[in-house]
Design a protein around this ligand. Structure first.
Ligand code: GLU
Length: 318
């Protein structure tokens, strides 16, 4: 009998919840799409807990995020990898950025930046960094202890990447995004640095996440380049919004997965809603993630955001 050798898939995707609160319907939808994208290519899925946002991280939320994913039927092959256990790797990467002349200590406070900012910036972003601390060069004195964060020096050349859903995305890093923090005051890694170090170290080949992070991708691509790391592919999926068109929040009713779970709603109903709202199926009906693997395709995904009202959702899915 002839045997056919099938090359193992090299696709590696990841689920990366932030335990800063409960995971909600929007997170479930993004997790499903990230999971399906990897599984539909026969790929592996990693779980990473993004718990470095220390003042906002809730210890109960780590466990709850893991339970939510299990409940939804989204499995993983490796992890959970915990970001707070990886500070040494982040520190090494920071060292390289400093040595490359691309990071400088910044003593500006939020209000300093807001007061000095005049250039236009993207709606959802904080004001553009006005450049107060940019003259610092390697060898200059470093300010006292906890009074500064490390900030990354972006290039002034426009940069672009191909998004799986949106196609070509182009940004001018300096004019639109500005230099950005890669650590907090005190030196612990900030999101942009940690996520690049982790995705590269974990061999992630595709990052699927909410499109609120589109501009972060341009920032992260600059970090990949300076660190000499291979960037993954990206797919930014539309966020779930409240009925008022704003990002899903408490005022839009209770959309926590843990609430639906406690109310006895079947996880297949959540997955069915997520799949229909994303354009993967024509009619909303209960379904498991596994049952969707064969029909997943990026070309089917809708690009427009979906809106949801917590109370109505609960009433309709009971
Ligand atoms: N931890 C982030 C979140 O829960 C996702 C970050 C990422 O995918 O890069 O929104």
């Amino acid at each position: 009998m002839k045997t056919i050798a099938v090359a193992p898939s090299t696709t590696v995707g990841r689920l990366a919840p932030s335990p800063t609160g409960a995971q909600h319907l929007g997170n479930a939808r993004t997790f499903l799409l990230a999971w399906l994208s990897a599984r539909s290519r026969g790929g592996r899925v990693l779980l990473r807990i993004e718990d470095i946002d220390s003042p906002r991280v809730k210890p109960w939320a780590v466990r709850q995020a893991v339970e939510d994913l299990q409940w939804l039927g989204l499995d993983w092959d490796e992890g959970p990898v915990i970001q707070t256990e990886r500070s040494e790797m982040y520190a090494k990467a920071l060292e390289r950025l400093i040595e490359a002349g691309r990071a400088y200590p910044c003593v500006c406070t939020r209000s300093d930046i807001a007061a000095a900012a005049s250039a236009p910036h993207l709606d959802h972003e904080s004001p553009l960094y006005p450049g107060t601390c940019t003259p610092w060069r390697l060898g200059d004195a470093v300010p006292a202890d906890d009074s500064y964060c490390w900030r990354f020096r972006v290039t002034a050349t426009p940069d672009s990447f191909r998004d799986r859903l949106r196609g070509e995305c182009r940004f001018d890093p300096l004019a639109e995004l500005g230099d950005f923090p890669i650590t907090r005051k005190g030196g612990a890694a900030a999101y942009q640095l940690a996520v690049v170090v982790d995705d590269a170290a974990m061999g992630v080949t595709e990052v699927v996440r909410g499109d609120d992070l589109l501009s972060s991708t341009i920032r992260q691509l600059q970090l990949y380049a300076v660190l000499g790391l291979e960037p993954p592919e990206f797919g930014h999926v539309p966020l779930v919004l409240g009925p008022d068109g704003r990002r899903l929040a408490k005022r839009h009713g209770d959309t926590r997965l843990s609430t639906f779970r406690a109310a006895g709603i079947a996880p297949e109903r959540i997955i069915g809603w997520a799949a229909a709202s994303a354009g993967l199926v024509d009619r909303e009906e209960p379904v498991t993630p596994r049952e969707l693997v064969d029909q997943f395709s990026w070309s089917r995904l809708r690009r427009d955001p979906v809106t949801v009202d917590g109370e109505r959702f609960l009433a309709e899915h009971r």
